[in-house]
Design a protein around this ligand. Structure first.
Ligand code: GDP
Length: 301
């Protein structure tokens, strides 16, 4: 079964890793959000792409959900000592990724070429594609004005209240090579348990899911996020955060919806077929089990 997974960072990478443990590599394509990308200290940083690649390569830090395992912090601590910025934590190994990506982009390579080469070097056999090769920047309109995504997310720790999101550059951007073809030839598309507002919505602007079997896994469990601001965003936008709110968010796109066992009582209110499963992925086994449950669910649709 050929699967396309739409992914942000943490939740997306865990689901993609579960699928990678089950599917033959050529049957899994992960299309990743690049709206969180930004330039920091002259470096081109692609947080969600790196999280997905590191995770599938077995290089990710399992505690943080971002960055590299066995990381050291010599560069950033020396920058800090010199009075430079350190609010975005970059480990030494991670900085190598950003330096080399920045060099290649400046030399004229596209982001998809860079990802392809990096995946080959890291022995990632699945296909990982950015949603677009053109810069798209998620802007968060808040009660303190409009902020760039990482400024809001990392520097301001999601404290400002959100009012609206804008994806700067999206109207002029084209989907990355291979994304539309991957969706067209997929048997099903899985929307990973990623943040619907800032991780999945930008990707959805680049692909058409018409006539596809699309299944989403809720990133909200018992009204709360496992990590990150999705539930807070729903609240501040005047929507009660719940798995139901996620299903409504994707209204019209879905053939099936996966919600956690703690939300079983909401299942009857979902307007598409549901799978109630243990969606919390604490370890590799949880990831594979959830992926298998979702694939079985897709087969039953
Ligand atoms: P980000 O770009 O790094 O914020 O990553 P994502 O958008 O991919 O992931 C953030 C979302 O993942 C949050 O809304 C979390 O609730 C969700 N998430 C993280 N871990 C899990 C998990 O184990 N299970 C489920 N269902 N959701 C998860």
């Amino acid at each position: 079964m050929k699967i396309v997974a739409l992914a942000g960072g943490v939740g997306g990478a865990k689901m993609a890793h579960g699928l990678a443990q089950i599917l033959p590599p050529k049957d899994l394509t992960v299309i990743v959000n690049t709206g969180d990308d930004f330039e920091y200290m002259g470096l081109s940083i692609s947080p969600d792409l790196d999280t997905v690649c590191y995770t599938l390569a077995g290089l990710a830090n399992p505690e943080t959900g971002w960055g590299r395992a066995n990381e050291t912090w010599n560069i950033i601590s020396n920058i800090e000592r010199l009075g430079g910025p350190s609010w975005f934590r970059l480990g030494d190994q991670d900085i190598a990724t950003h330096l080399e990506r920045t060099r290649r982009l400046k030399a004229g390579q596209t982001l998809s070429q860079v990802v392809k080469d990096f995946c080959a070097a890291w022995e990632v056999k699945q296909i990982i594609l950015p949603m677009s090769d053109s810069p798209v920047r998620t802007m968060v309109d808040t009660d303190e004005g409009e902020l760039e995504f990482q400024e809001y997310f990392v520097h301001r720790r999601c404290e400002p209240r959100v009012k609206h999101f804008r994806f700067d550059g999206i109207s002029a951007a084209e989907s990355a090579p291979g994304t539309r073809e991957a969706v067209a030839s997929a048997d099903a598309v899985i929307i990973c348990p990623s943040n619907p507002w800032v991780s999945v919505d930008p990707i959805l602007q680049f692909i058409s899911l018409q006539n596809k079997i699309v299944v989403a896994v809720s990133p909200i469990i018992g009204g709360k996020t496992v990590k990150g601001p999705a539930a807070k965003m729903y609240e501040e936008l005047g929507i009660e955060p719940s798995a139901l709110a996620v299903e409504k968010h994707y209204s019209g796109l879905l053939r099936g919806f996966v919600l956690d066992a703690v939300d079983e009582s909401l299942s009857s209110q979902v307007s598409v077929k549901t799978l109630v499963a243990n969606t919390l992925m604490n370890d590799y086994t949880d990831r594979a089990r959830l992926a298998q449950d979702v694939l079985n669910f897709i087969r039953s649709l």
